[in-house]
Design a binder for this molecule. Structure first.
Ligand SMILES: Nc1ncnc2c1ncn2[C@@H]1O[C@H](COP(=O)(O)OP(=O)(O)OP(=O)(O)O)[C@@H](O)[C@H]1O
Length: 664
């Protein structure tokens, strides 16, 4: 039983194909016969004449006659209706049951596992065997055979739906919708179904051909359509008893079955080609010039830490807001735990504490896998089972996020805006830009549509999207990367954002667009007064926008300081290495950049001491024996978790541990 949607290449490899035009003409012919056949040839097909019984093919009876003298050509044409209608019904039954099971298993973790196992088990049996088994179970006859073939198709539909759902549900726009407080039913109806509809419809079309073959097989075996009704399988079965005397009696229905099966398969594959071709057609990319960027300040020589700091700080979009007394977001002792292999656990976020003041921008930096995204997902309540979030304090404004109510979720939906790394992933391809913007305002702020539309156009203008009216009616594939990210930011502006969570929002964009988006996030922050939690693996990018920076390593915050302080006086050797590996605009491009050697311990590794010790040039035995706590070091608010921190005299580069690589 095939479970994948046939691709063009695979189809080409498998068999010779009918040209698209021929498949379409045949398809229309079969549809015509099933509608008009019984009216035109119904009388001839039903008229008995014992004198003409069991005739061979002749000019009068092209396929001969049966034992009651009925014309077999007319009966074959008339049987088109029952054969096709039953095939469509069986496919619909299989589709509805399979899609429902697939949605459940793709969208739910626990139930998904059980259903997945059942689907896998059923998929192991050949479809025809399953059909026969179910036909006996559901009873002999048309209804039983339709249910049987439907049931044998359901696992295939379930498998494809499960795979598509699991993929659709992991998209950023689904996460964004969950941040907005939408329940699973809304998520499935709004985001999953529209995105899986197309492949599922194609799969259905192709399966009508298979259903014709399967139902004919059941009727042939005497399990399907029962006399006096008949379909092609029944006619084939009757004709086969006389195959040596009147071979045309079996030939007519056999040709009809094969041709109809082929036609529906081919039509489905051509449809798939058309859709695939449309998908891969060149996109109309937004060519409008984006707002001009500033010259981009250049740094100075990087020979000293202070100069490096200056170089990075010169390009900054830091906020002018001084941190207020009561933080907007407060996180203490945050841990995220997942079940690990062999019954153990893995802890991608081990102990994270920080706060974000109203209007403040806090950057989180660290290499891939350090837990930045997971920590912010925990804040945005996006960690799903089997993951669990534990914290001494996890508070947003007045809401205790560990004990939030439905009302709290609605408030959060309005107040927290997510900006994701890949804006293409964050926007549902089946939904227009305008709907993305208007829907949250209508659903969460209970605005009427005209007002929401006006505000949406204002939001698009605010993020400098050109020609907002036209963009409003476009889909994401018609926009450039930068415009998509602007639209995502505009969506955040439709609520009443108090915290913008930007997870690597510039990583997927090219360098000039990166700076425009950084500038835009800073403008939005300054105009709305919102706080920003900005995540990036690039310390240069983080330092451009942040008032304060947290450096994460292996699930821990290892250093925290104001941007100026961190750039000028990094204390943790890891921060020093991050800075050394980050060229500013004035860096000598012919000089090799240092690269951090070794690997970060994974979330399943448990160490008694400092997790950076194995890569650290300053590590001593005490580092490996005992984990250093995050303690104040130097200026107020500057904290580092290190037994042997860098001092003012230490160079930010540590040549003993770095591997030189050519800067390109
Ligand atoms: N569902 C999961 N179950 C278990 N571990 C996970 C899961 N998702 C992520 N992790 C692990 O958590 C760790 C931290 O991941 P996270 O995405 O937060 O890192 P990051 O610092 O944001 O990196 P990147 O910049 O690559 O996104 C990684 O080691 C990752 O493998």
């Amino acid at each position: 039983m095939s479970t994948t949607v046939p691709t063009r290449a695979a189809a080409r490899r498998r068999r010779v194909r009918l040209p698209g035009g021929v498949a379409l003409v045949l398809l229309l012919a079969f549809v015509f016969l099933s509608v008009a056949g019984p009216w035109i040839w119904g009388d001839a097909a039903g008229a008995t004449n014992v004198v003409d019984a069991n005739q061979a093919a002749s000019a009068k009876h092209w396929l001969g006659t049966d034992d009651l003298g009925r014309d077999l050509f007319a009966r074959t044409l008339v049987a088109t209706r029952s054969s096709l209608v039953l095939a469509v019904l069986a496919t619909v039954v299989g589709g509805v049951v399979g899609v429902a099971l697939g949605l459940l298993s793709g969208a739910s973790n626990r139930l998904g596992k059980v259903l997945g196992a059942v689907i896998n088990l059923l998929m192991a049996f050949p479809a025809l065997l399953l059909s026969i088994f179910f036909a006996v179970l559901f009873g002999i006859g048309s209804v039983g055979s339709v249910l049987a073939v439907g049931a044998s198709f359901a696992p295939g539909f379930a498998r494809i739906t499960q795979t598509l759902t699991a993929s659709a549900i992991s998209r950023d726009y689904v996460e964004a919708s969950r941040v907005l407080g939408k329940g699973p039913v809304t998520v499935v109806l709004r985001h999953v179904l529209p995105n899986i509809a197309e492949p599922v419809i194609l799969y259905t079309t192709i399966h009508i051909g298979t259903a014709i073959l399967a139902l004919s097989g059941l009727s042939f075996l005497g399990l399907g359509v029962q006399p006096p009704s008949y379909d092609w399988g029944r006619l084939l079965s009757d004709g086969l008893t006389r195959v040596y005397i009147t071979p045309t009696a079996a030939l007519g229905p056999a040709v009809a079955i094969v041709l109809a099966g082929l036609t529906f398969n081919m039509a489905g594959e051509h449809l798939s080609d058309l859709v695939g071709g449309r998908r891969s057609a060149p996109r109309q990319v937004d060519a409008a010039p984006a707002p001009a960027d500033g010259p981009g300040a250049t740094g100075t020589e990087t020979s000293s830490r202070g100069a490096h700091a200056e170089g990075l700080a010169d390009q900054a979009f830091g906020s002018s807001t001084a941190p207020a007394a009561r933080p907007l977001l407060e996180v203490r002792g945050l841990r995220v735990v997942y079940p690990g292999p062999d019954g153990g656990t893995v802890t991608p976020v081990r102990d994270v504490s920080f706060s974000v003041a109203p209007g403040e921008t806090v950057g989180i930096v660290g290499e891939s896998g350090s837990g930045k995204s997971m920590a912010t997902s925990a804040v945005a309540q996006l960690v799903e089972a089997p993951g669990s979030v534990h914290a001494e304090t996890l508070r947003f404004d007045d809401v205790d996020l560990t004990r939030r109510t439905k009302d709290d979720e609605r408030v959060l939906g309005r107040s927290m805006a997510m900006i994701f790394q890949d804006p293409g992933e964050a926007l549902n391809p089946a939904i227009k830009v305008g709907t993305h913007l208007v829907e949250p305002a209508v659903v969460h702020l209970h605005e009427d549509k005209p007002l929401a539309r006006r505000r949406a156009l204002d939001a698009l203008r605010a993020v400098a999207v050109n020609d907002p009216e036209r963009r409003f009616g476009q889909h994401q594939h018609e926009l450039s990367g930068g415009t998509k990210q602007r639209v995502c930011i505009a969506i955040g502006l439709m609520g009443e954002p108090r915290l913008l969570v930007a997870d690597e929002p510039t990583t997927a964009l090219d360098v000039t667009v990166q700076r425009q988006i950084l500038r835009l996030v800073a403008e939005v922050r300054d105009e709305t007064g919102a706080s920003v939690l900005f995540i990036s693996h690039d310390i240069a990018v983080v330092s451009e926008i942040s008032d304060r920076i947290l450096v994460m390593y292996a699930g821990f915050v290892v250093e925290e300081a104001s941007t100026e302080e961190l750039l000028a006086r990094p204390a943790h050797p890891y921060t020093g290495l991050l800075l050394a590996a980050s060229p500013d605009m004035a860096a000598d491009r012919s000089r090799p950049l240092p690269m951090l050697d070794g690997r970060m311990p994974g979330p399943g590794v448990d160490l008694p001491g400092c997790y950076f010790a194995d890569r650290c040039p300053r590590a001593e035995q005490d580092c490996r024996d005992q984990r250093p706590p995050l303690l104040q070091i130097g200026a107020p608010g500057h904290r580092a978790a290190c037994w042997h921190p860098l001092t003012a005299d230490d160079p930010v580069e540590a040549p003993a541990l770095v591997e030189e690589r050519a800067a390109s």
